[in-house]
Design a protein around this ligand. Structure first.
Ligand code: TYD
Ligand code: MG
Length: 457
């Protein structure tokens, strides 16, 4: 029963309810409502340890002020700088989300060590590990000598005064926000109320004192711990660190960035000495490819400004249940259904009655429509048993009428394919008058999806 002033908060999306209910009507998640007895913090007003700014009123300034853009702090880790847009902006708040164990602490330990070497004053505050454990990791990463200030703490009452000095650090890492708590709130660390209030206090301190704040947030499926989703609108930059557990590749992706691009990815490899950069991901993603197997096509994709070649694998198998199974890893299942429907309705290829499995090899997640044609090629090849030529890359968007549509950055995609030793490309027919510069590849330009089926079936 809700006592006076208490309420229920969805741990998944942060919606408030006066009474408990089994399902959150805002986000549709089940069993995510948790009772919190303090009122929702407004401007962190209950934070006893948080001095408020003095006086009232506003000091307006001119838009065309003379404050020069703050210099960024490049870390020297190229893959990370690419994603942040050239380095960390002082005074900004960055959230790094990801599954537990994916390597967030490792990445940030390496980051602060590199920044410290360039002269930045860095503080690493861990709420999850004891100081010795963090030291142990640094030793394993070979960076114990870096001048990083280290602390193990979870109470903001202790942390905030250390940061709100006249001489604060330049970069502060909080690992993780789910372990932090404000004692002004009754709820447990990790609940939406605590996570939100702690982040608010830390961000306020960062803006006021001008240090860059990096928050680690665990993403969990169950919603037992508040997902970092409730923080996304509070911070300037949201990065996700993702990858398949079984793979050594890790991908850092910006989903929100006030100071840079959101379509760049950084690729890392988890080794026994920490994360190493992968400046040339295509070679890595294609490393385990086998020639002349059916059901595989190499997609020449773009991730931001960088072309990335990946193998798309499909398996078409007779269904043993009433409803055919669909399993997709690394791509959108709605998009797969569309490509299959077009193959069925426009090309007479009835894959739909069978089980279909689709996998983007290497653990990359693709969101470009340009992958349609490569997916179709993998599906048709899996269905017919006819391999896609091993030296061929494929890209193009597929429309509902069965037409193959142009996609952007054709030249960059072809250039990467040539660099990696491919000889042929299956691409959308280019408009008359479009630049037809020699790509060095043998190009097959198609206009309709049916042409692909004719070639591979
Ligand atoms: P960690 O950074 O602790 O993950 P997170 O902070 O996201 O929970 O990394 C955990 C995994 O990384 C762990 O399974 C061990 C592995 N790892 C390595 O393979 N090599 C290394 O050098 C380090 C430090 C960790
Ligand atoms: Mg960690």
């Amino acid at each position: 029963m809700a006592r006076g002033g208490s309420h229920y908060v969805c741990q998944s999306c942060g919606a408030f309810y006066a009474k408990w209910q089994g399902q959150c009507t805002a986000c549709g998640e089940w069993n995510t409502l948790v009772e919190e007895s303090a009122p929702p913090p407004v401007g962190g007003k209950k934070g006893a340890s948080a001095p408020r700014t003095r006086g009232g009123g506003l000091d307006f300034v001119d838009l065309h002020g003379s404050s020069a853009p703050a210099p960024r702090r490049p870390s020297g880790i190229g893959e990370l700088d690419r994603v942040t847009g050239g380095g960390i902006v002082p005074g900004s708040a960055i959230l790094i989300g990801g599954d537990p164990g994916i390597g967030k602490s490792t990445l940030l330990t390496q980051l602060v060590a590199r920044l410290a070497e360039t002269g930045a004053r860095c503080a690493y505050i861990s709420g999850e590990e004891a100081v010795d454990q963090v030291r142990l990791r640094a030793g394993r990463l070979g960076i114990s000598a870096a001048p990083v200030a280290l602390a193990s703490a979870t109470a903001l009452r202790d942390i905030l005064p250390a940061l709100e000095t006249d001489n604060p650090p330049d970069v502060v890492v909080i690992d993780s926000i789910q372990t932090m708590y404000l004692d002004a709130l009754d709820s447990a660390p990790g609940t939406v109320g605590q996570v939100r209030a702690c982040a608010q206090e830390l961000i306020r301190a960062a803006k006021k004192r001008g240090f860059a704040l990096i928050l680690v947030g665990h993403v969990t499926k169950e919603g037992a711990i508040a997902g970092p989703r409730v923080l996304e609108h509070m911070v300037d930059t949201v990065l996700y660190f993702e990858g398949e557990r079984g793979h050594q590749f890790r991908i850092l992706r910006a989903v929100k960035n006030r100071f840079g691009p959101t379509d760049e990815i950084g690729v890392f490899e988890m080794t026994d000495r920490g994360l190493s950069e992968v400046p040339n991901p295509s070679a890595l993603f294609l490393a385990e490819r086998r020639d002349n197997v059916s059901g595989a096509a190499v997609f020449a994709g773009m991730e931001g400004t960088r072309p990335v070649l990946v193998e798309i694998q499909a398996l078409v198998a007779p269904t043993s249940f009433g409803t055919p199974r669909r399993a997709v890893v690394g791509w959108d299942s709605g998009r797969l259904a569309m490509v299959m429907a077009v193959l069925d309705a426009r090309c007479g290829l009835s894959i739909g009655a069978q089980d279909v499995y689709l996998n983007v090899a290497g653990g990359l997640r693709i969101s470009e429509p340009a992958a349609d044609l490569a997916v179709a090629a993998a599906l048709v090849s899996a269905y017919s048993g006819e391999p896609v030529p091993p030296d061929m890359v494929v890209f193009g968007e597929v429309g509902l009428a069965g037409e193959v549509r142009q996609v952007g950055q054709t030249d960059a995609r072809l250039k990467e394919a040539l660099r990696l030793g491919f000889g042929r490309a299956l691409i959308p027919a280019r408009r008359a008058g479009a630049a037809q510069g020699s790509s060095g590849l043998t190009l097959t330009e198609i206009d309709r999806l049916a042409e692909l089926v004719e070639r591979l079936a």
